[in-house]
Design a protein around this ligand. Structure first.
Ligand code: ADP
Ligand code: ZN
Length: 736
């Protein structure tokens, strides 16, 4: 564990620095309030006419004489921020080149912090016995004793003792009960790590043992382990052993999942394993629950947190384990606001608090694979599926040999295979990673394509919503009947397939089958989605049509055939990770087939069966695929063997944006000094979003170069007008 400094104490009136959650670019000086303050204290401070939330961050900068400083309003009644979290926010800010105030904002996204803990009135036994012991009064004392002397609310007490509130009030007046206040936010039910888990297979047991041994050097040891195993091999069962171990040690555990729709199933598994539900943190959780969890994380009243990437910023009292499930998932990278990768930040935080990290995946990211190859991360492999389930057989359907009419996408070969499975009473999945009805709407009279008014993107027809939608900005518009360009009526035609259009084709081909579409935009809530998924798992559908939503961890025991409608979809494009992503996504989807007793098959429709990525998917030679990808990236000094930063300038006027980007590119000495190159400026692949023109630059640096320092020095000299924004994306995952 890294040695962290002791908190500093500031006596009343002494100057101190406070970081507030407003974008000011630095901490501000104040004077310590009555009673003093120490670093980490949450405080309310005056800022102009307002009062804002802040944290005592350290010594004062000393720009103003002490006499002119305003005093801290008050120290808030919440557990102070621990040094470990302050260090994490500071380093995460430095790594991502984000102002620390924005990092602090991520760590304080719980409502009611300033309002303080909502209190409620409670009663506990007092020092003097009741003046006259009646039966009712005896029941009150017995009820309190049965809760171990805890304080109870009026409602709890009168119900438990079977008395009226008058009895309680009289006892309180006599001193037999003491009235007080208690926080409304209560600890989560205790999880019991001593309950037995499932009996592990030999492979699973060996992996679990090594995982536990990895953390067996006592509390406070940092380690990172890649837990690699095909879908269904029992990675979850194995890392639940690490969770049990962490809970037994009295430390807190965090499990990050890439998709809210997965949390419900996972929580049920936790409940079955440990006898109670863990705490949940994601966008679907109520404000009250958020406030409770924020506090309980800090007070230790939450042993296990299951959540989305922002759960990484909770004020854990003693975090001992972080699991990043499906660690390769691109959604761990936050792509707006603070640009950070939760997987990498999990490793950073764990290194500061002496926690174990488990990165679980069937198809790890090349970064993680390379870290394991280099010996930086430990690696555990679960080679086989649990029980009788076998990996699906995979084969390509060469679309060049198939007779598929225009406007159709299901080949005769795939349709035939599907018909066989349906006849056997099994399920079939058609995978197409495109939401909506058709990606392009074109006018057959003039060739005009309908585009978003604000973005450089085509509008996608969503028949289910009866609207056109921009997948960049979310703007929608009614489906026009006439071409907006030439005015011709009835000439607008869909081009290309989306899942909704595939549904039509599927229903026509299989009129007797029950067809269902799983696409994120078709469900109003994550609960509705979860219910649909459960119904499908229970057999209430014959054919599932899905986007990448289905690739992530759902179990469909009856599913035995996966048809990938367009395996070539992700192969093209300039994206550095196009090959890696296709490989991961298609293997994940194929992994949906044959999870239970029935063997599965995956068929890939492709026009290029000899493409190296398609061949690697088919042959199942994963190590070979990663080695080849690694060699290629190594030769080009691309991540993870070199470093990248994306620079995006945006503004309302293209020329102005270009001029500033060009000026920046001209003065790149700080970058050249560390051996970095600058590419661009060039219009971004999506050249306009929400009316703002976007220009990109790419900085490429040697792996060991001090990239962040050089980037800061480089952009520091730039003075941008207010309407032009600069964003720096360290380790970019996307290049739009
Ligand atoms: P993964 O996380 O690798 O996809 P899971 O842990 O979800 O795999 O396991 C897949 C399925 O197999 C789950 O339904 C799980 O309950 C079951 N399973 C895995 N290991 C065992 C075991 N040792 N005993 C009983 N069931 C198991
Ligand atoms: Zn748009």
């Amino acid at each position: 564990m890294t040695d962290l400094p002791e908190p500093l104490f500031f006596a009343e009136g002494a100057p101190l620095g406070v970081l507030v959650t407003q974008p000011l670019g630095k901490a501000l000086d104040y004077r310590a309030p009555e009673g003093g303050a120490r670093t980490g204290d949450f405080v309310e401070v005056p800022l102009g006419p307002r009062r804002v939330l802040g944290v005592v961050w350290g010594a004062a900068a000393g720009d103003l004489p002490v006499a002119r400083l305003r005093p801290v309003g008050r120290v808030l009644d919440v557990p102070p921020m621990r040094e470990e979290l302050r260090a994490f926010l500071t380093r995460a800010a430095a790594y991502t080149l984000t102002p620390p105030e924005l990092m602090l904002y991520l760590a304080t996204r719980a409502p009611g912090l300033v309002g303080g803990q909502a209190m409620r009135r409670v009663w506990r036994a007092g020092p003097t016995p009741p003046a006259r012991m009646t039966e009712a009064r005896g029941r009150v004392l017995a009820a309190l004793a049965s809760y171990g002397g805890a304080a109870l609310t009026m409602g709890e007490l009168t119900r438990a003792a079977g008395v009226s509130s008058g009895v309680v009030m009289t006892m309180a007046a006599q001193g037999a009960l003491i009235e007080g206040e208690a926080p409304r936010d209560t600890p989560y039910p205790r999880l019991d790590p001593a309950r037995p888990g499932k009996a592990l297979s030999a492979d699973q047991a060996a992996a679990a043992e090594r995982l536990l041994a990895g953390a067996d050097h006592g509390a406070g040891d940092f380690s990172v382990t890649l837990l690699k195993g095909v879908t269904g091999s029992g990675k979850t069962e194995v890392y639940l052993e690490a969770v049990a171990r962490c809970l037994r040690a009295g430390r807190q555990a965090l499990v990050l999942l890439p998709e809210i729709a997965l949390t419900a199933g996972f929580i049920e598994r936790v409940e079955a394993r440990f006898g109670a539900r863990p705490a949940e943190w994601h966008s679907g959780v109520t404000q009250t629950e958020r406030r409770r969890l924020w506090r309980m994380a800090a007070e230790g009243g939450a042993q296990l947190v299951v959540g989305a990437r922002s759960a990484l910023f909770l004020p854990y009292r003693d975090l001992g384990l972080v699991v990043v499930d499906e660690e390769h998932d691109p959604s761990y990278k936050q792509e707006d606001g603070v640009l950070y990768n939760a997987r990498d930040m999990a490793v950073l935080r764990a290194s500061l608090c002496g926690a174990q990290v488990v990165l679980a995946s069937a198809t790890p990211s090349l970064e993680t694979w390379a870290n394991a190859e280099a010996g930086k991360y430990a690696r555990l492999d679960l080679p086989a599926r649990f029980g009788v389930a076998e990996l699906p057989q995979m084969a390509a359907i060469d679309m060049r040999d198939q007779d598929v009419p225009s406007g159709r996408w299901i080949s005769p070969a795939l349709a035939g295979a599907a018909a066989e499975r349906l006849a056997a009473g099994e399920q079939v999945l058609f995978f197409l990673n495109r939401r909506g009805y058709a990606p392009v709407t074109i006018c057959r009279a003039c060739g005009h394509q309908i585009e978003c008014h604000q973005c450089d993107a085509r509008m996608v027809e969503h028949r289910f919503l009866k609207r056109l939608m921009c997948h960049q900005c979310g703007a929608t518009a009614p489906m026009p009947t006439a071409c907006p360009s030439c005015g011709a009526e009835g000439k607008l035609a869909p081009v290309g397939p989306g899942v909704e259009r595939l549904e039509e084709e599927t229903r026509a081909l299989f009129p007797d089958a029950r067809v269902t579409v799983l696409s994120s935009d078709l469900f109003a809530s994550s609960r509705a989605l979860k219910e649909r998924i459960e119904a499908i798992a229970a057999g209430e559908a014959d054919i599932i049509i899905g986007t990448q939503l289905v690739a992530k961890g759902h179990n469909f025991p009856l599913l035995t055939l996966v048809g990938v409608i367009d395996a070539d979809l992700g192969l093209h494009g300039s994206d550095l990770r196009a090959g890696e992503r296709s490989f991961q996504l298609i293997r994940q989807v194929a992994g949906r087939a044959g999870r239970a007793e029935r063997p599965g098959r995956a068929l890939l429709q492709t026009h290029q069966p000899d493409h190296p990525v398609i061949r690697a998917i088919l042959s199942g030679d994963e190590e070979g695929f990663w080695r080849a990808e690694a060699a290629e990236r190594h030769a080009l000094s691309m991540p993870p063997y070199g470093r990248l930063a994306g620079i995006i300038l945006s503004g309302p006027e293209l020329q102005a944006v270009f001029d500033h980007a060009g000026a920046l590119a001209m003065r790149a000495e700080p970058l050249h000094r560390i051996g970095a190159q600058v590419f661009g400026p060039a219009p971004a692949p999506i050249a306009r979003i929400r009316g703002r023109h976007r220009v990109r630059m790419l900085v490429k640096a040697p792996k060991a170069a001090p990239l962040q320092g050089a980037l800061s020095a480089w952009v520091a000299a730039l003075h941008l007008p207010r309407n032009i924004r600069l964003a720096i994306d360290i380790d970019p995952q996307s290049f739009w």
